[in-house]
Design a protein around this ligand. Sequence first.
Ligand SMILES: [Zn+2]
Length: 190
Amino acid sequence: MIRNVAAGVQSFTSNAFLVDGDRTVLVDAGSGFDVVDRIDGVDLDAVVLTHTHADHVGNLDDVTSAFDVQAWGFDADHPGVDEVIPDEGTVVMGDHEYTALHTPGHKDDHLCFYSPTARVLFAGDLVFQNGSFGRTDLEEGDRGALVDSIDRVLDAVDDDLDQMHTGHGPSVTTNPIHDVELASKAARMR
Ligand SMILES: [Zn+2]
């Protein structure tokens, strides 16, 4: 079961997905709302970060201290990251093993997480619904790297991908590969 605990929040925040099962994980912490209250009573095991932009990590200290859990991410030098997930490292979320794909272009420490058995992709801020893609005008942004990262994800995912959960906006539950392909084309055009 995957649930966006930031749903309906009006502040500037990313989505924050609670993935429950054998290992209950929060994918991104969001920012500017009481995430601890929204996951009250959950037996949380870890926080996993797609990247460390402020809208994804603003609530991080609150949730790691309230639940006494560690945060996992790519950038060993970031103060919020307790445990490092390398490129192609694996992490159990819910009842499934996900592979981390280092996917820079939006931010240097960006990871996507893909599970072929769950048929789920967490895309962070790489791509969004309907072919939107992550900003590359911020520090560490690089359009060429973003295009390469999108293409890497397209290579990695199987044709039966069922769900894509993105850092902003709605999740895609109908043929998400199509949305990633659209983003690949759009990101090349401008
Ligand atoms: Zn971001």
